[in-house]
Write a protein that binds this ligand. Structure first.
Ligand code: ADP
Length: 528
């Protein structure tokens, strides 16, 4: 390793024209330049690409970049070619190339011209490529979208599982894994599967202090609400997400009829209309895009002022990604979600034909969405806790930027109830999910509790004086506070932490707020 510090600023300026690194980039680039395994967790827009592109351009040999997204690979290759005098500085290797093109790629690699070789994971499994690459000078492997390796992420790709084996066949070179998914379980999976135990890890904060978060009950007035919201922000850009193409079309039309400049975007539109609508949004010829989740990948419009969810998404990862498109320029970004439990049930129904394990995982992810929507604590704190990050709801950056902290509900001392809850979790041997813990506290036997004889235990029913909603809220709040934790592998089974055990022995204060109750089925005012 170099004793002298490698100069990074010269190359940063030379290749990218930037004078400064963004966020944690400098440490990451240095770590790779010095030949270490490196793990990078940064939210979308954090500047991950430069983290491997710059060291690749600086180092001898070719860096292999594994990415699942062919369209994004092509964009990146074009961008890199734009900053170098050699066309061959970056290539994509995939099944769409003909023999001549493949030979060109190979000779550029052999001649040391190619600094970045982008490959899809399935191409890397081909013996022909592996045999060629193992005789080449490879500088390092960059695994982009590394969360695809994990079943607990939102975009599992089985081919990612074989990467470690293939990397070992090609050569003993450093690995850099990059992802924008920050849940602790996914991180653990990436490190384990890629064998990166000694990696230097760089994790950027996922806090977006300029975003304001709000959840409103979804009543029959939802569309009127949306129209009013937009009309209060004339000329501002915004995105509205809906679950179905049909809803997208309907809502876009309703907005147009009401004098709002809006266009639809979904995968059912032909490619020409899609790119036209997207361009019009980027060029500010239209204010609002009403879209399904098909909209957003690679959209880099800095001044999106609001993101509205007409329908709640299927996970908090998706919610974070989608709301993350607001306020990229650090200006205002209003994130408003409409929530009705019926929408959750609808999403559950979509999963009905999937394998059981997938359904259970999907269910656990949805319960987190429910928790976010119903919580009365800081939404930022709830979201960041989900991503494994602590947040101080009083003094943290962006502390007052959500509906709950702006209009706080009354808080009451609940230390006694916390002790009851913790004793039930411990006494029932940490084997229940939230729903069964509530049933135990309330003394309502079900098949599961009877089969474990929980209904015969002395703590059965010790929380009868409170309501289901009270206990559900308390479980969520003690999870965020760190007295309990959830096992995602066991689809949401609740365990007690050391901090929780200490609280039983020495109960201090615990101030809780009751969650919002969003009425659904029985409430006639709800239409969806
Ligand atoms: P990610 O892959 O993490 O979503 P990108 O690599 O696409 O992020 O980068 C997001 C944006 O930040 C891009 O427009 C990129 O040009 C810009 N960017 C990256 N690094 C820097 C830097 N050091 N200085 C200024 N802008 C940067």
């Amino acid at each position: 390793m170099n004793q002298d510090k490698i100069d990074l600023y010269g190359p940063l300026k030379k290749y990218f024209g930037f004078n400064k690194f963004k966020g944690l980039q400098e440490g990451v680039v240095r770590s790779i330049a010095e030949g270490n395994d490196t793990f990078v967790i940064m939210p979308t827009g954090g500047g991950k690409s430069l983290c491997y592109q710059l060291p690749a351009l600086m180092k001898e040999g070719t860096a292999i970049v594994v990415s699942p997204l062919i369209a994004l690979m092509k964009n990146q290759v074009d961008a890199i070619r734009g900053i170098s005098e050699h066309h061959g500085v970056a290539h994509v290797l995939n099944s769409s190339l003909n023999k001549t093109e493949i030979n060109r790629v190979k000779s550029d690699i052999e001649n040391g011209i190619t600094k970045l070789l982008y490959v899809a994971p399935e191409s890397l499994t081909k013996d022909e490529y592996v045999d060629f690459l193992k005789d080449q000078n490879i500088s390092f492997f960059a695994i982009d979208e590394a969360h695809c390796i994990s079943e607990w992420g939102h975009d599992f790709r089985p081919e990612y599982r074989n990467l470690r084996r293939i990397i070992e066949r090609i050569g003993n070179v450093p690995i850099i894994g990059l992802t924008a998914t920050a849940t602790p379980k996914v991180q653990e999976d990436i490190i384990k599967t890629l064998g990166m135990n000694n990696a230097n890890t760089f994790k950027a904060s996922f806090n977006r202090p300029n975003l304001f978060y709000e959840v409103k009950p979804k009543t029959k007035d939802v569309v009127t609400n949306i129209i009013r919201f937009i009309k209060q922000r004339p000329g501002k850009s915004g995105v509205i997400y809906c679950l179905s193409r049909k809803k997208v079309e309907e809502l876009a039309q309703t907005l147009q009829v009401n004098g709002i400049s809006a266009l639809p975007y979904h995968a059912g539109l032909d490619a020409k209309s899609r790119s036209k609508h997207q361009d019009m949004f980027l060029m500010e010829d239209v204010d609002v895009i009403v879209a399904t989740i098909a909209f957003g990948m690679g959209i880099d419009k800095p001044d999106v002022r609001f993101v509205i969810h007409h329908d709640i998404p299927k996970s908090l990862e998706s919610y974070y990604q989608e709301t993350g498109r607001a306020g990229r320029d650090d200006g205002e970004g209003y994130c408003l979600a409409f929530y009705a439990y019926k929408d959750i049930e609808k999403l559950e129904k979509f999963m009905a034909n999937k394998p059981v394990s997938e359904q259970e995982l999907g269910h656990a992810l949805l319960q987190e969405v429910v928790g976010y929507a119903e919580t009365s604590i800081s939404r930022r704190q709830y979201l960041l806790h989900y991503f494994g990050e602590e947040f101080d709801p009083v003094n943290g950056l962006g502390a007052k930027m959500d509906d709950n902290t702006k209009n706080p509900k009354k808080r009451t001392e609940a230390a006694d109830s916390v002790v009851k809850l913790l004793k039930v979790v411990k006494g029932s041997k940490e084997k229940y999910k939230s729903k069964d813990l509530v049933a135990t506290l309330m003394g309502k036997a079900n098949a599961m509790l009877i089969s474990h004889k929980t209904n015969e235990r002395d703590f059965f029913g010790i929380g009868k004086d409170k309501t289901n909603e009270f206990w559900t809220a308390l479980i969520r709040q003690t999870l965020v506070a760190g007295y309990l934790r959830k096992e995602i592998e066991q689809y949401g089974v609740v365990k007690i932490t050391k901090q929780g055990l200490d609280f039983i022995k020495n109960p201090t204060s615990f101030m809780m707020t009751e969650d919002h109750v969003y009425l659904d089925e029985d409430d006639k005012s709800i239409i969806i």
